[in-house]
Design a protein. Structure first.
Length: 179
């Protein structure tokens, strides 16, 4: 069984990025993977200063250890000003090749406006830089404020099918790569 860790790049309560992340995590779990979502809203992380040690922040070690033990990752971020959120960038910056290299990764972005691929491409660049692998299936949810029903489920069936394909690809590729 593969282990997948999800990380959301929003601090907002009711975050659409976390809604999307949790949906992806549920789909991955249905396929038999062990899933853990790290909720950065509940963690105390410092701004990365380029150092390796953060003794006053035990959540840094928790973040690193959890990601290091994973076979794959789901990264979900709101798109702010055409890029990833500072929250997810900081979390990734607090880690290094030790934690991120070789990780199979699926990327998700949510936007308030029209869909584009900027945040997705930036997460791909970050993961490539640390020698991670990103699956070809990716999810961008435009006008996220109207993508989810009151029950948290997706309203668009085609988008729901994309989540299924995303989960299938992430689990299969994580299994192949971790063997």
């Amino acid at each position: 069984m593969v282990k997948i860790v999800g990380i959301g790049g929003s601090l907002r309560e009711g975050s659409h990025a976390y809604q999307a992340l949790n949906l992806a995590a549920q789909r991955v779990a249905v396929l038999g993977a062990e899933v853990e979502v790290l909720d950065l809203r509940t963690m105390t992380l410092p701004f990365c200063d380029g150092g390796k040690e953060y003794p006053d922040y035990p959540d840094v070690e928790r973040l690193r250890a959890t990601v290091k033990s994973a076979d794959g990752l789901i990264l979900a971020t709101p798109e702010y000003h055409g890029s990833v959120s500072g929250v997810i960038k900081n979390a990734l910056d607090l880690m290094s090749f030790d934690e991120l290299s070789g990780k199979m990764t699926g990327v998700i972005s949510v936007l308030g406006g029209q869909s584009n691929s900027n945040a997705l491409n930036h997460m791909r660049l970050i993961m490539r830089w640390v020698h991670g692998w990103v699956i070809p299936e990716q999810i961008a949810i435009d006008q996220a404020w109207k993508a989810f029903g009151e029950d948290g489920k997706l309203l668009d069936e085609k988008l729901s099918e994309r989540f299924d394909k995303f989960a299938q690809s992430l689990v299969e590729n994580s299994q192949k790569f971790s063997s």
